[in-house]
Design a binder for this molecule. Structure first.
Ligand code: UTP
Length: 292
């Protein structure tokens, strides 16, 4: 069984739900307390044993590349001021993984973005971490997914139940239960943004999939799907209908950083557990709650 060492983070979307800020600041660079959202994706991958990460980006998102680079001048200035801990932190971020960048020239959809990664991936299974989806969990979700791949040897999608109202915004999966498995099911079909009556179930893919390289030929043959975009779900649906795909109901709390409320929730959660902000934020929130 091949070890998973590569991940792709598609982060070239327009981020219209986060306008106007996303017009000037990539939504992946919006902070969760003092770290940009994309940092948490790379950290999750690294903690899962992944060494090489390709971020699919576009011409307006260079700030991500700067963040994972090392600014020697900045580091030196901090060291001169005796702020060695802070300097080390920046150095550690720059060295946490081999982080590569590739621009998606046209915003043609998530499937199209993943298709750009064929030569990076080669002939290996790989993780896809949707750039908007930050998941805080005890065991990193990528690790949870790799464990399923190592057990069953096929593509794995990370799922959660969502309300039937919300499923229309995501995708809906057709699954069969597996004897002896609590959180793992076998997926035989899926549909992106189902219209009322088209849903298979209330299980949806949220933010993480582990794919095998066969997906690239399927993506290349895809026609635009929901919203006129090349949909990754359409490629995975074909895999599910032919070879079969496993679905893991992962453990972890997901925050949609592409939405205003998701951004706020992630900051409150993280702010409450952050050593520099936790106590003061808790007192502040208690005060507000009384007035709500
Ligand atoms: P979303 O549809 O959630 O992101 O795509 P978006 O298009 O940026 O969001 P809105 O609707 O305009 O607010 C899911 C993931 O796929 C990436 C996005 O960056 C996000 O991480 N994506 C989407 C691409 O990389 N390229 C695309 O062409 C489309």
């Amino acid at each position: 069984m091949k070890k998973i060492t590569k991940a792709i983070i598609p982060a070239a979307g327009l981020g219209t739900r986060m306008l106007p800020i996303s017009h000037a600041v990539p939504k992946e660079m919006l902070p969760i307390v003092d770290l940009p959202a994309v940092y948490f994706l790379v950290e999750e991958a690294v903690k899962s044993g992944i060494t090489d990460i390709l971020i699919i980006t576009n011409r307006d998102k260079d700030a991500m590349e700067d963040f994972f680079d090392l600014s020697i001048e900045y580091g030196n200035a901090l060291t001169l001021k005796g702020k060695t801990e802070e300097a080390k932190r920046l150095y550690d971020i720059a060295n946490m993984a081999n982080v590569y960048f590739l621009r998606q020239k046209e915003t043609k959809g998530l499937g199209h973005a993943v298709g750009r990664a064929r030569s990076f991936v080669g002939d290996e299974p790989f993780m896809v971490m949707y750039g908007d989806d930050i998941i805080f969990s005890e065991t990193p979700v990528c690790r949870q997914m790799c464990d399923v791949y190592e057990k069953y040897g096929k593509a794995v999608v990370g799922v959660k139940p969502v309300s039937m109202q919300d499923i229309r915004k995501y995708c809906s999966l057709k699954v069969d239960e597996l004897p002896g498995e609590d959180r793992i099911t076998y997926c035989t079909d899926m549909i992106e943004k189902p219209k009322p009556g088209e849903e298979f179930s209330n299980l949806s893919i949220l933010g993480r999939v582990l794919l095998t390289p066969e997906v690239f030929d399927i993506i290349d043959a895809l026609k635009p799907g929901a919203g006129g975009e090349i949909q990754l779900t359409d490629a995975m649906a074909k895999m599910a209908r032919t070879d079969g795909v496993y679905a893991l109901e992962f453990e972890g709390e997901r925050y949609d950083m592409g939405s205003k409320v998701g951004f706020l929730k992630a900051n409150i959660t993280r702010g409450l557990s952050h050593p520099e902000t936790g106590e003061e934020l808790k007192a502040f929130l208690k005060g507000i709650v009384e007035e709500l």
